[in-house]
Design a protein around this ligand. Structure first.
Ligand SMILES: [Zn+2]
Length: 445
């Protein structure tokens, strides 16, 4: 299959060099050629790109699709209470319910230019199914806990698993489902509720199958205190001392870091996923993004979940990351938009071990491309299109999206699913869920 995007504007390579009046040839799953006036006579499809600009797809490096149910239920409550809410609502959801709502979370991200998700949760079989159905790239990662939250009432306590059983199941799921488009990585929930045996066992599998490892870490004071009580060390310090930091490891949130922990991350080449809006929503502090970048740590971006971000558009997190940093240092030039754009794209690819395949537009890389209409409001006058994307993020909608060379979104609609039917189905399920929520949970919050 050959598709040519003719006469367009694009941004090539890791420095996002702007090229105008350029053609992009997509052959099967790859960007085959980027050149002036490519012969289109044998192309299966020619897309007139004159009124568009093309960027690499964004990478949401920390994402819980199944939390779509809980959007706006956690307004104004603390991080700890929000975790209680999350675990309580998990008990009244059916796995199939999560499936339908998760579609909407992924589509919302896709419509805002995300083509790859580091997708976490307990029902990863459900997630694998939906990414395959939508034709969207993902690394699905189970994030189990094996330390019981005894301090919590049973009604809000997360499910815990047998350590060996979870490691065995994770390996079986990898063997059964891992593919080029929908990968199966390994992970655990966080240092507070995962034993060293679980963390190191999952990491061993990541190495064995040459994939990556993901978890939450250093997110809130209560978590840090609890880890210190159990291990005598702060979370990242503990991971360092147990040999659990390496180039395959990405850690989400990281709002509670000491300077020596930043050095540990840099030394071991671990990656950090900054989730600025999710952190603000539950007031857990600010990830020291500048200090991490200055120390040489790869920092990328995640939207986290609809329960604490309310948005699944990681593009908005680039804007938020800028604003938090500018406010903190009272300096407008503390971070440039190209660095933010790297955090949205190639840095996320590095955190997933996919930098040779995705994250930039280059000949020989996967055709994960987003076409934005220059006629939309955020891009008029359009003097600096990449900065427009980041700073006018609220209004930016992808017109057409290719993933793995396949057109999965066209004229703002999924080509893989009937979105209207999906919304109706999801609304029905959400209505039933909300009745149960009000009856069983709301009064106890
Ligand atoms: Zn999370």
């Amino acid at each position: 299959m050959k598709t040519i995007i003719k006469n367009t504007t694009t941004f090539v390579g890791e420095n996002f060099d702007r090229q105008d009046s350029i053609d992009i040839l997509i052959e099967d799953d790859l960007v085959k050629r980027i050149d002036k006036q490519i012969n289109a006579s044998d192309a299966d499809e020619v897309f007139d790109g004159k009124d568009f600009f093309v960027t690499p797809g964004f990478i949401n490096a920390h994402f819980h699709p199944s939390q779509q149910f809980n959007r706006a239920l956690g307004v104004g409550i603390s991080h700890d209470k929000q975790m209680d809410l999350l675990h309580a609502t998990d008990k009244i959801k059916k796995p199939d319910d999560k499936y339908w709502l998760s579609y909407l979370a992924v589509l919302e991200g896709l419509r805002a230019g995300t083509t790859c998700f580091y997708s976490v949760g307990s029902e990863i079989e459900t997630q694998i199914k939906l990414y395959n159905k939508l034709g969207v790239r993902a690394a699905c990662t189970m994030i189990p806990k094996d330390i019981e939250a005894n301090e919590k009432d049973e009604s809000v306590r997360a499910k815990t698993w047998d350590t060996k059983e979870r490691i065995k199941t994770a390996e079986e799921l990898h063997k059964k489902y891992h593919s080029d488009l929908v990968r199966v990585h390994f992970g655990v929930a966080n240092v507070r509720y995962a034993s060293d045996e679980l963390i190191l066992g999952m990491q061993k599998l990541a190495e064995k199958y040459d994939v990556y490892f993901h978890m939450h870490a250093a997110e809130a004071n209560k978590y840090v205190e609890s880890v210190m009580k159990r291990t005598g060390h702060r979370p990242v310090e503990h991971l360092y001392k147990t040999g659990a930091l390496n180039h395959r490891v990405s850690l989400a949130h990281m709002t509670k870091l000491m300077p020596e922990e930043i050095k540990f991350l840099a030394e071991k080449k671990a990656h950090v996923v900054h989730c600025p809006r999710a952190n603000s929503y539950v007031a857990v502090g600010v990830c020291p993004m500048k200090e991490l970048i200055d120390e040489g740590v790869n920092v990328c971006l995640g939207s986290d979940a609809a329960i604490n971000n309310n948005s699944n558009r990681v593009l908005g997190d680039a804007h938020a990351a800028h604003d938090k940093l500018a406010d903190r240092y009272e300096k407008a030039d503390i971070i440039d938009y190209i660095t933010l754009f790297k955090m949205l794209t190639i840095n996320g690819a590095k955190a997933m071990g996919l930098e040779k395949q995705i994250g930039t537009i280059e000949e020989g890389k996967k055709a994960d491309l987003v076409l934005w209409s220059k006629n939309e409001y955020p891009f008029i006058p359009g003097f600096n299109l990449l900065a427009d994307l980041i700073f006018a993020d609220d209004g930016c909608m992808a017109h057409t999206v290719f993933i793995n060379g396949k057109k999965v979104l066209e004229n703002y609609k999924s080509t893989m699913m009937n979105e209207e039917e999906l919304k109706q189905q999801a609304k029905k399920i959400a209505h039933r869920f909300y009745s149960l929520f009000k009856e069983r949970i709301f009064k106890n919050l």
